[in-house]
Design a protein around this ligand. Structure first.
Ligand SMILES: Nc1ncnc2c1ncn2[C@@H]1O[C@H](COP(=O)(O)OP(=O)(O)O)[C@@H](O)[C@H]1O
Ligand SMILES: [Mg+2]
Length: 300
């Protein structure tokens, strides 16, 4: 696990129940996850040598946060490390422009957006949309940093100009009139099986998520299902499509699992039995966790 924060610590807790152990690449031995695992590598997530030390002999390498440079991860992949999610998928969590373009290409409902290379691009965008404008840095955003809701076009120009002067890539989005924010958490196995958790409502204050209500209260069942489906479809596309039934059956056989029995659940291979079986055998399967923001309409 690259990063020793709270998420790494919670992942470790879940991993124990699955018979897995976690090595952590932490900035300091006092990091939350470093306090609870005996296997700690001290180093930075931007240091290739530290990443290589952390990756030595592991079944899979995964992340506590999305800020690990993909150029370094490509090197680990070339070393033969099982990086999951792969850098080609992780990039969508790092780069809001890549994420927006990909979600749009998937046909997901995204707010109108534009890349800003010059403040004049803001005027062109403002002429296109009749809403307030949100200015964002393309990368490095975190807890509301790098996100500004501009009061007017002049302020949007101002903010974008400052970001650009700092050398940051910038995008603008139309402000979505939101009733509330929902989040769908899904995981995907390398076999293309998916799991979706109940859709939650998140409460943001100053761009920081201060509260999560699970499940989201009074959420229309159809919308909840659509949110989960969209999230699953996104992860499937980012992972380059799912393997076919034949590959899954072959993998089951390799693991000594009865593919016929496993396929009896819901007509397709069940995520849970295969996942726990693979975990028990200490094999290298990791779920794919990503993020992407969409906007859709809730009924009255
Ligand atoms: N286009 C938008 N319209 C309305 N509110 C937005 C928009 N983009 C972001 N926000 C608000 O700002 C918060 C942080 O923006 P986000 O792009 O998710 O940044 P972060 O990288 O910090 O998660 C969102 O959770 C939402 O409350
Ligand atoms: Mg966000």
């Amino acid at each position: 696990m690259v990063g020793g924060g709270q998420l790494a610590r919670m992942t470790h807790q879940a991993a124990i129940a699955l018979g897995q152990t976690l090595r952590v690449l932490a900035a300091s031995k006092d990091d939350p996850a470093a306090q609870v695992t005996p296997d700690v590598v001290i180093g930075a997530h931007t240091d290739l040598d530290a990443l290589r030390r952390a990756a030595e002999g592991v079944d899979a390498l995964t992340f506590d946060h999305e800020h690990v440079p993909t150029e370094l991860l490509e090197k680990l992949v070339a070393d033969g490390v099982n990086v999951a999610p792969p850098p080609s998928a992780l990039i969508h969590a790092q780069d809001k422009l890549v994420m927006r373009r990909r979600l749009e290409a998937l046909g997901a409902p995204v707010p109108r957006f534009a890349e800003v290379v010059d403040v004049a691009d803001i005027d062109a965008f403002a002429a296109r949309v009749d809403t307030d404008i949100v200015v964002k840095t393309v990368r490095g955003g975190y807890d509301g940093r790098g996100v500004t809701l501009a009061r007017d076009v002049a302020e949007a120009r101002d903010v974008a100009g400052r970001y650009l002067a700092d050398g940051a890539a910038v995008l603008v989005e139309e402000k979505v009139a939101m009733r509330r924010e929902l989040a769908a958490l899904v995981a995907r196995s390398p076999f293309g099986q998916g799991a979706a958790w109940p859709v939650v409502q998140t409460v943001q204050r100053d761009g920081i998520c201060v509260e999560v209500i699970a499940p989201a209260p009074r959420l229309d069942a159809e919308l909840a299902s659509a949110a989960g489906q969209l999230a699953l479809r996104s992860t499937q596309c980012l992972a380059g499509g799912a393997p076919g039934t034949r590959e899954v059956r072959a993998e089951c056989k390799k693991q000594g699992m009865d593919a016929h029995r496993s396929s009896s659940v819901g007509g397709s291979l069940a995520f849970q039995p295969l996942y726990s079986l693979s975990a028990a055998r200490g094999r290298r399967y990791t779920s794919l966790l990503l993020r992407g923001d969409v906007a859709c309409k809730e009924g009255r």
